[in-house]
Ligand binder design. Structure first.
Ligand code: ADP
Length: 677
């Protein structure tokens, strides 16, 4: 302490220089001896320091102005001081009238706003009372005056305002000085030397008091020169006016808020590190900007969203915000600010008002899928049903209350209608398919009945026909008596007709059985050569009889998966056709080849002749039942027109096929395809 004695500031001088009205009182009630007073106080109370210090407060200020008919100031002040002594807490008094006496004995009316604060000792007892007053006479006078002349009133008002401003400035100044005690401050003498540095200042200046004391500001902080702080410092020192500056100070890497308070010994500098505040401010600005951008973006999203959005507020479900898509849905009506039922009257009784209310009251969201809504979308337009997918959600405030409901969704009418149309069409086509299926089943069963009928009929017809043949033979053999040569030739004709008819009926029976599905296939893995050799042997007599040649190329080693009897039946039919439709001297060939390339799963049997051939238009029809190419030929060449139809059915029944190619007048080739074993 003593080491710093010469650099210690003169606190009494400092106190007396404070630009506020202070009196320090001893707690020696009821005297309240005046211990010290600020210059400002002495000036305002029209006293001198010598005239008041050491005397009792109420001894000095008697408030004995005979013009004041109801002096209450003294009593009130005494009560306030006693309250402070009792409570040891600051006490602020309402505005008081408390007149003061000039040295010449005349009185001046004064109004005050006093505040009494205890200065406590370490043991908690009251050591001093700090009596602080604001002189508000101008203000009070202006307020109380009932001056008729308007100009005068205004002038007074202006004066009172000026007075008020002065008071404010004075108060700010004194507040700043007092507050600075706890904050960082240092004192500079008139040569800019540090004479005092308080504890709070050390960390902010990033150095210690001992390093600073005795040195000049410019020496210790050369960075101040040319900085925004230099000017205010110099101005304060030169003019004695309070100055301030707020700027970034690069040498210490932060922002400072500096206030200078000149006093007779130099400058008191009060300062704060506001770097954190500046960063916070910048951050706040950045956030505000980001928020602004975000808000703009959200507004845009909301406005332009393809789905509709609405915010309803309050218990009446009043439209607060709606976007463009919503207007497109309900039509461009004046709805914002109106309750739902008023804005869209046709919505009544459709349940939506109730849903919004329920969602707001319970907080439970509501989801509508393809919800039909009936709307009149333009004035005078007919009611229209729109289908909507939508979600209703309660809007919750920060305090947890639910004040509104947001509804968003899409108009899916087009999709719903399109889907319904598709469903309708699908139903139709399904019906059509079922009808076609039923028709096909009917046709199949009709066909089967026909084939069954034919099979039965053929069988029934064969019995009497066989009887005709038998009895004709009996007569021809002369068992019933002698037969004339004319009768014999008649009998021959009867027999020929009977055989023809029997052939026809057998053919019909065969065909009918195949068609009716009554044929069963005994499919085995069989040597094709064996079947073809048999066929060759069986057809040989007819070939010879008609003076034809038959060339058979053996199918050595070729095996097929087929019913051997059916294959033989088909090949014999083809060979006998070739014999029938080839003139004497012609030739027939029978052979086999793999279908397509050698890797094929099929084998082809070919019967080729050099006969009359079949015209292209007839070729397509020869496989149809009862088709014979030339009626004239029918007479000369017996047949039923069923052979090829039956043969192809049989070939297909075994997983194969039968096809023909021919050139009229040159010959024909029939190809039987069978699965290779
Ligand atoms: P059909 O019992 O009359 O022979 P098909 O069904 O076997 O009955 O033959 C139908 C018709 O196909 C024959 O009537 C004939 O006109 C024609 N046809 C069949 N094979 C040959 C062939 N190799 N050459 C010429 N025409 C033929």
């Amino acid at each position: 302490m003593s080491a710093r004695a010469e650099t210690d500031p003169d606190f009494r001088a400092l106190f007396e220089a404070v630009p506020a009205n202070y009196v320090v009182l001893a707690p020696d009630a009821p005297v309240f001896t005046i211990v010290a007073a600020s210059d400002a106080y002495l000036a305002i109370s029209l006293t001198t320091r010598d005239g008041v210090v050491g005397r009792g407060l109420f001894d000095v200020f008697r408030d004995a102005n005979p013009a004041n008919l109801h002096p209450t100031g003294i009593a009130n002040l005494r009560a306030s001081l006693e309250t402070v002594l009792r409570t040891r807490k600051a006490h602020r008094m309402p505005t008081q009238r408390y007149d003061v006496q000039r040295p010449d004995g005349t009185w001046v009316v004064r109004h005050w706003e006093p505040r009494n604060s205890p200065v406590l000792a370490a043991d908690g007892s009251v050591r001093f009372i700090l009596h602080e007053v604001e002189e508000v006479t101008g203000y009070v006078t202006a307020r109380e005056s009932e001056v008729d002349a308007r100009l005068q009133a205004e002038r007074r008002l202006r004066e009172s305002e000026e007075a008020r401003t002065e008071i404010d400035v004075a108060r700010q100044r004194s507040d700043a000085v007092l507050a600075s005690i706890a904050d960082a401050f240092y004192l500079l003498d008139r040569d800019w030397r540090f004479t005092y540095v308080n504890d709070a200042a050390e960390p902010l200046l990033q150095t210690t008091r001992d390093k600073l004391l005795g040195h000049t500001l410019w020496e210790m902080f050369p960075g101040v020169i040319g900085s925004p702080f230099e000017g205010p410092y110099r101005e304060a020192m030169a003019t004695g006016r309070v100055t301030s500056a707020e700027a970034y100070f690069p040498p210490l890497g932060t922002w400072f808020d500096v206030h200078t308070y000149p006093w007779p010994g130099g400058l008191m500098v009060h300062f704060r590190d506001i770097g954190a505040r500046k960063i916070a401010e910048a951050e706040r600005e950045r956030l505000v900007h980001a928020l602004d951008v975000e808000r703009t973006r959200l507004t845009e999203v909301f406005r332009r969203a393809p789905s509709f959005m609405v915010v309803f507020r309050g218990p009446k479900n009043v439209y607060e915000i709606v976007n463009e898509s919503y207007y497109q849905l309900v039509g461009h009506r004046d709805i914002v600010g109106k309750p739902l039922l008023e804005a869209i009257p046709e919505i009544r009784d459709q349940g939506f008002d109730e849903i919004i209310t329920r969602v707001r009251e319970t907080g439970e969201p509501w989801v509508g899928r393809e919800a039909p809504v009936t709307l009149q979308r333009a004035p005078g337009a007919p009611m229209e049903v729109r289908y909507l997918d939508m979600v209703f959600q309660a809007l919750t405030e920060a305090d947890g209350t639910r004040s509104g409901v947001i509804v968003h969704g899409s108009d899916i009418t087009a999709q719903v209608l399109a889907r319904r149309e598709v469903e309708h069409l699908l139903g139709e086509s399904e019906r059509a398919r079922a009808e076609a299926e039923a028709a096909r089943r009917d046709a199949e069963s009709a066909n089967r009945s026909k084939s069954e009928f034919l099979a039965i009929m053929s069988h029934e017809l064969r019995t009497p026909l066989n009887a005709i043949g038998g009895y004709t033979e009996l007569i021809e053999l002369g068992i019933r008596g002698p037969v004339t040569s004319e009768q014999r030739s008649d009998l021959a004709r009867i027999q020929q007709s009977q055989r023809h008819l029997l052939g026809l009926i057998n053919g019909v029976l065969n065909y009918a059985r195949v068609e009716a599905g009554a044929v069963s296939y005994d499919v085995v893995n069989v040597s094709l050569d064996e079947i073809l050799t048999t066929c060759e042997a069986l057809i040989a007599p007819q070939v010879r009889a008609r003076h034809l040649t038959l060339a058979y190329t053996p199918a050595a080693g070729v095996r097929v998966r087929a019913d051997p009897d059916k294959v033989q039946q088909i090949v014999l039919n083809l060979l006998s056709n070739a014999v029938k439709f080839t003139e004497s001297g012609g030739s027939i060939s029978l052979g086999c080849a793999p279908a397509g390339d050698g890797a094929s799963a099929f084998v082809q049997v070919e019967v080729t002749d050099t006969g009359i051939g079949i015209s292209p238009d007839q070729l397509a029809r020869v496989f149809e039942p009862f088709v014979q190419v030339d009626a004239k030929l029918t007479r000369t060449r017996e047949g039923t027109g069923l052979g090829l139809a039956i043969s192809r059915d049989l070939a297909r029944g075994m997983g194969g096929d039968l096809e023909a190619r021919s050139t009229l007048g040159e010959g024909s080739t029939f190809t039987l395809t069978l699965p290779r074993a």
